[in-house]
Structures are given as structure tokens and as C-alpha cells.
Design a protein around this ligand. Structure first.
Ligand code: BGC
Length: 468
């Protein structure tokens, strides 16, 4: 991602120290990693859990989606928590909760305990997925913020891959308890790392601890003049802070940008991406791969394609722009899912059919990772006016998890009621619809300053013209 024009830059860049860059990147990375581990861990464990507890499809859907319910609640509640006790402490609670919840899942004696553990795990990820970007945007040098969103998404995909690999490693003995338990270790690493991090200067100033804020800025920036400028800017920002809900009620234009964020996140989730992330072994089963061994290696390939194609997005985002990338992605995804449905319709009977089905699945994953994966998160951060930014992002993140829950909680039921081919066709149609949605309401924000986007929004310009 280019550093000359950056999606979420406001104002000039203060000096910063390399130590600081490493530090913020590491936190972005770890928070992304937890997000990804959380998404990836269930697919490989699910078939073994189903066998162990003798549970059917509906209970499996509950086990999968309880985590997302927790995440939605966590994302919603963490706005309040981050304000009340600060970002650093919120993140530490998130990491500690993640570690404990993983242990609860690993030691579950019945499906109810497992579901409880997954809700807690979700709460932890909900907290991290809202608070980490917020904390980062407050301590990162301005020039780095957009790159950090991309890094965060990249680490989500790395986390998913790591979970798929660990699932595969533990699958020999069918050891779902280790699959679910082992992800506690990166959370503990994050918790320890967080102890050494500074508090957010902006939060410190918001609770009147100016001297501490200045000390943190000294440590991070090391340039006296830049620090004074930044503190003045924070003062200005604090005057307009907390306007989220009030602004939402009073300002129609802000409601439009919040709605756009919500629609973007619904589109991201209803591409069907997490149906693959959660139920990949089952899908490989439908494609004719019967053994657990084949299915789990299949998930590893899914994970690798997901990481690799994310680099395409990172390389293209500031050259092609957001809309061409989304057009390409939704087209590729719609075509791949339509083909997969077609193969299931005619019956996957020969090895050639099997390869074709796997290829279609991989093309779908690549289509998502090179487009909607990172792009939606970037757009959601770009379109909100500064006054309502935290609120707008909290709402769209919440909706991301709600839509994620709906996709996860309905997939097996759809397979059983609509049929296999029809389920994939349904998702193909949704992707085609999102192509049209991109055309009609998504703005092109490449090379446009956030101030310009905000001016256009507040002047009442149509959403698709916010970047003009
Ligand atoms: C989505 C997740 C998804 C992941 C896949 C993210 O952008 O928000 O729901 O599992 O991408 O890589």
C-alpha cells in the first residue's frame, strides 16, 4: 500500500521511531492472528466433535455460530469498555478471555459447555476486533494506518491457515480437544506483549491524564514540536468525540454512511466466505473426498490460497482502486460458485469432476481474498466522518459478526432443505447482486482524502459519488 496517500490519514505525519513501528505492527498482527485462529479452528474440529458428542446438523450449526454471537456482543460492548477502562486494559481482558475460553472449549464435557466456551471466545474476538484497530489508529504514525488495516487482514488469513494446519496435525488421533485448546498459547503471548505497551495517548487525554499522555508521546515520537502539534490535535478531536449516537440521530448524511458500512459488511459475509471457512471438510466431502485426511489437507490448501491472494489485493488497492477490485472479485466468486453448484447438480462422479470442484472452490477463495476480504474493511474505515468514526466502525463491525452468524447458522440447513447445488447457486446469485450494489452505491475512494469524502457526504452527494 502506498504511503504517500493513505486511506485513513488526517493531517501531516509526525516523526516516529522505528521501535514504535515494530510495536504497533506486532499488535495489529497478533490481534489479526487471534481473529483468524478463531475463525479457522472450528472447521477441522467439527467432524470429530460431532462424532464424540453424537450431535446432528442443527447442534453443529449452534456450535459453529455461538462464537459469532459472542463476537457481535463483544464488538458492541467494547466501545463502552474501551472508553471506560482504556484501550490497553480492554485488549488485555480480550486476550486473557481468549486464553480462558479456549481452555473451556478444550475441556468441554458436553455440547452446552462447548457452546458456552465458544460464546466467551467470541466475546474475546469481538473485543479485539474493535479495540485493536482503534488503539492502533491512536498510536500509529498516520502514514501507517492504511497499511496496518491490510496487515491486520493478512494476519487474519495467516491465523486461519495456522488453525487449519494445527487441525490437520492433531487430526491423526482425532484430537479435537487439542485443536481447540492450542490457540490459547498465542493469546497468552499477546497478553504478555500487551503488558509492555503504552496506553493510548488519546485515551489518557480523554480522562484528563495529560502528563502521562505527554510521556507516552515522548517515548513514541521523540520530536518535541510534533508532540505539541499532536496534543493540540487530540484536544480538538476530543471536543467532537462521543458524538456518534447523537450525530446518528440528528444527521441524515451520517446515517447514510453508517448504512453504507452496514451494507458493505453484509455483502462481505454473504459472499459465503465463512461457509467455506467453517464447513470446508464437509464441502470437500460433497466434492467426493471421503477421508478426514484428504478433507483436512484440502482445508490447508484453502488457507494457503486465502493468504496468497490477499497479497494481490494489497498490491492492487492503490493502483486499480476499490471498485474495479470489487467488480473483479464478485464476478469471480459468482462464477466459481455457479460452477460448483453445476458440478454438484450433474453429480461429482469422476476424478476430473472432483478436480474441477476443488478448482472452483479455490477460485472462489482467491476471488474473495483479492477483493472483499481486505477492501470492505478499508472502505468501512474510509467512509465515516471523523466525528462519528468510532461509532460508524463499531456498527459495521457488529453487523459483520451478525451476518457471519447468519451464514454459519444456516448453511447445513440450506444444504438439507434447498439441496447442495441450489445452496451454492443461492450464494452465486448473492454475489451477482453485490456486483450491482457496488456499481450503484459504492464510492471510489482511491487517491481521495478523507476530508474530501467527508465534505461530499455532508453536502448530501449520492454515496457512489463520495470520492469525486
Ligand atoms: C472476514 C472474515 C473472514 C476472513 C477470511 C475477513 O475479512 O471479515 O469473516 O473469515 O476475511 O479470510
Amino acid at each position: 500500500m502506498s504511503t504517500t496517500h493513505h486511506p485513513i490519514a488526517h493531517g501531516g505525519a509526525p516523526a516516529h521511531r522505528p521501535f514504535h513501528i515494530v510495536l504497533t505492527s506486532a499488535i495489529a498482527a497478533l490481534a489479526g492472528l487471534l481473529f483468524g485462529l478463531d475463525i479457522g479452528v472450528i472447521s477441522g474440529a467439527l467432524p470429530f466433535i460431532a462424532r464424540h458428542f453424537q450431535v446432528g446438523d442443527q447442534m453443529q450449526e449452534w456450535i459453529v455460530s455461538s462464537m459469532m454471537v459472542g463476537a457481535a456482543i463483544g464488538a458492541l460492548g467494547s466501545g463502552w469498555m474501551a472508553r471506560a477502562i482504556g484501550r490497553k486494559l480492554s485488549l488485555m481482558i480480550g486476550a486473557a478471555l481468549f486464553a480462558c475460553a479456549s481452555a473451556v472449549c478444550a475441556f468441554a464435557i458436553d455440547p452446552a459447555m462447548l457452546i458456552g466456551g465458544r460464546v466467551l471466545l467470541g466475546l474475546a474476538v469481538g473485543i479485539a476486533s474493535f479495540t485493536a484497530p482503534l488503539y492502533l489508529s491512536e498510536i500509529a504514525p498516520r502514514k501507517m494506518r492504511g497499511a496496518l488495516i491490510s496487515l491486520h487482514q493478512l494476519m487474519v488469513t495467516v491465523g486461519i491457515l495456522a488453525a487449519f494446519l494445527s487441525n490437520t496435525a492433531f487430526s491423526g488421533k482425532g484430537d479435537w480437544r487439542w485443536m481447540l485448546g492450542v490457540i490459547a498459547f498465542p493469546a497468552i503471548a499477546m497478553l504478555i506483549g500487551l503488558v509492555f505497551l503504552p496506553r493510548s495517548p488519546r485515551w489518557l487525554m480523554s480522562v484528563g491524564r495529560r502528563d502521562e499522555a505527554q510521556a507516552v508521546l515522548n517515548r513514541l515520537r521523540g520530536d518535541e514540536k510534533a508532540i505539541q502539534t499532536e496534543m493540540r490535535e487530540i484536544d480538538d478531536q476530543l471536543k467532537v468525540e462521543f458524538e456518534g449516537w447523537g450525530l446518528f440521530r440528528s444527521n441524515r448524511n451520517f446515517r447514510r454512511s453508517v448504512l453504507l458500512g452496514v451494507l458493505l459488511q453484509i455483502a462481505q459475509q454473504l459472499t459465503g466466505i465463512n461457509v467455506v471457512m467453517y464447513y470446508a471438510p464437509r464441502i470437500f466431502g460433497l466434492a467426493g473426498y471421503g477421508s478426514a485426511h484428504d478433507q483436512l489437507w484440502g482445508t490447508v490448501i484453502v488457507g494457503i490460497v486465502n493468504v496468497a491472494a490477499t497479497f494481490i489485493a494489497i498490491g492492487l488497492v492503490d493502483r486499480w482502486g476499490r471498485k474495479p477490485i470489487l467488480y473483479t472479485g464478485f464476478t469471480v466468486m459468482a462464477a466459481a460458485l455457479a460452477s460448483l453448484g453445476m458440478l454438484m447438480h450433474i453429480g461429482i462422479t469422476t476424478p476430473a469432476h472432483q478436480y474441477a470442484a476443488v478448482a472452483a472452490l479455490m477460485i472462489f477463495i482467491a476471488g474473495f481474498a483479492m477483493s472483499a476480504g481486505p477492501m470492505i474493511w478499508i472502505l468501512c474505515a474510509e467512509i465515516q466522518p471523523i466525528k462519528g468514526r468510532d461509532f460508524g466502525i463499531a456498527v459495521s463491525t457488529f453487523v459483520n459478526w451478525v451476518a457471519n452468524t447468519i451464514a454459519g447458522a444456516t448453511f447445513l440447513t440450506l444444504l438439507n432443505t434447498l439441496g447442495h447445488a441450489q445452496t451454492f447457486w443461492l450464494y452465486a446469485v448473492l454475489n451477482a447482486a453485490f456486483l450491482l450494489m457496488t456499481f450503484w452505491i459504492v464510492p471510489e475512494t482511491k487517491d481521495v482524502s478523507l476530508e474530501q469524502i467527508e465534505r461530499n457526504l455532508m453536502a448530501g452527494k449520492p454515496l457512489r459519488q463520495l470520492g469525486q
